[in-house]
Design a protein around this ligand. Structure first.
Ligand code: GLN
Length: 454
């Protein structure tokens, strides 16, 4: 009830929730009460969560914050949210996001921008919370839920966590089932939590993760008790520092936060080593070929027949065209056009195939570092702190916005786990995050080292 009250009071200004489910929340909380009373409490019993609008929730609006999914109420529950309800969690509602998870500022949502609860010292300018999981990050930062689900295709958990002073982890590809999560780029998409601290993120991820016969890319590796990793010493851990992440145009304070993070880990007993990830600079261009290619294919299903919006036309093709023209926003249309172009017969080899080869090289860079004994890699999470809503530079040049993902997309391309943890404030009083990248299925080391930094 306290959370529902907070949502009612603050959501009109922050716009983090697009659907609030008070009756469901109370009903689930009552069930939690009886389970607690009878000694049958699950690990998340009674914990109120916000759910990114990308997760299918049975009978509850699920629109990926797109006009084209207007009115869509799934008949089924995503595996990730089903796991959370099994463990006793309570649903408060659905969270705002960039349309179909395409964006880095939560400004492409059909339901409007989300405001970052943080403001620059002495300024009343509204800032973005990052994206695409901007609603999740803002809701957690503003105490409008205890924790939230999110998804990360190229940074959408870690970048908003970085810009809101929260913790977000994208687990290894395959850790969480993708079943029932609206697909953006299937070979990159992973669910994960955004939470207030590393411990909460660890508890959340344990419940979210599972092997699932409905997602053949989910992996059958036991899910450890992540919480047990917290507080364990980092003595002897080898932390790699890749010089390629010191990019041009990066805010000086981001560099300073990185230096601080290195010092904190070293003081806690970790060994710091310089490493090379030579193909890093190709990651962003390759990502912006692979992700739109897969998106253009995945989004072909929204045709005005199967889901949501339908704009009538003089024949079926006209209806498809009118529906898709009205239903998809500008950024989504841009991605579909890029994706269709790079997959077309004449350009497939030059773009898509080449990007896939680059992807292999990026993966090998990480393998080489881990084979040389590195346990985790420390980098900044974002190249800057939160920027203004409607920032002209970003709005006029989509590539500037894509630069927000410069530190995060490599991790999706390689399928690795990555966590973003708060690492202090910049001179404007805004949060900065650091990212730790781990070996496949070694999220534990990220929780362990992340807890030292937070
Ligand atoms: N900002 C990136 C994009 O727009 C990443 C999005 C995501 O991780 N869902 O593609």
């Amino acid at each position: 009830k306290a959370y529902l009250g907070a949502i009612e009071a603050a959501n009109p200004a922050i716009n983090a929730y697009v659907t609030v489910t008070p009756e469901k929340a109370i009903e689930m909380a009552e069930v939690a009460d009886t389970r607690i009373a009878s000694g049958a409490a699950g690990p998340l019993e009674g914990i109120p969560l916000g759910i990114k609008d990308l997760f299918a929730t049975k009978g509850v609006h699920t629109q990926a914050c797109s006009h084209i999914l207007d009115g869509f109420k799934p008949e089924y529950e995503s595996t990730v949210t089903a796991n959370l309800w099994r463990d006793g969690a309570v649903m408060l509602g659905k969270l705002n996001m960039d349309e179909f998870a395409m964006g880095s500022s939560n400004e492409t949502s059909y339901y409007g921008a989300v405001k970052n609860p943080w403001r620059q010292d002495g300024s009343d300018m509204d800032l973005v919370p990052g994206g695409s999981s901007g609603g999740s990050a803002a809701a957690v930062a503003a105490n409008l839920c205890a924790a939230a689900t999110a998804t990360d295709t190229g940074g959408s958990i870690r970048q908003p966590a970085g810009l809101t002073g929260t913790v977000g982890i994208k687990p290894t590809y395959g850790r969480c089932s993708r079943w029932g999560t609206v697909a953006f780029a299937s070979s990159l998409d992973q669910a994960g939590p955004i939470a207030r601290d590393v411990r909460d993120a660890a508890i959340m991820l344990r419940s979210m993760a599972s092997v699932d016969e409905k997602d053949t890319t989910s992996v059958d590796i036991a899910v450890p008790d992540y919480e047990a990793a917290i507080g364990q010493s980092v003595k002897g851990l080898k932390i790699g520092i890749p010089k390629e992440y010191r990019v041009e145009g990066m805010a000086e304070e981001v560099d300073q936060a990185w230096t601080n993070g290195i010092a904190w880990l070293r003081d806690a007993g970790a060994e710091i080593v310089d490493i090379e990830l030579p193909h890093t600079r190709y990651a962003l261009p390759a990502y912006y070929i692979v992700a739109p290619a897969e998106a253009s294919s995945n989004l072909a299903r929204y045709d005005g027949v199967r889901y949501g919006l339908r704009v009538p036309g003089k024949d079926i093709v006209d209806m498809y065209e009118k529906t898709r023209a009205a239903g998809f926003g500008r950024e989504v249309q841009r991605r579909i056009m890029i994706g269709t172009y790079v997959l077309s017969a004449g350009y497939y080899d030059a773009y898509y195939l080449r990007a896939q080869k680059v992807r292999t090289l990026i993966k090998r860079d990480f393998e080489n570092a881990f084979n040389a004994g590195v346990d985790a890699i420390l980098t900044p999470a974002t190249p800057s702190s939160a920027f203004g809503i409607g920032d002209q530079e970003m709005a006029s040049d989509p590539v500037k916005m894509y630069m927000q993902d410069i530190f995060t997309v490599t991790v999706n391309m390689a399928g690795l786990p990555g966590i973003s943890v708060p690492a202090g404030l910049d001179h404007k009083g805004l949060p900065l995050g650091l990212q730790l990248i781990g070996k496949p299925f070694d999220e534990e080391t990220l929780f362990r080292a992340g807890h030292v930094i937070e």
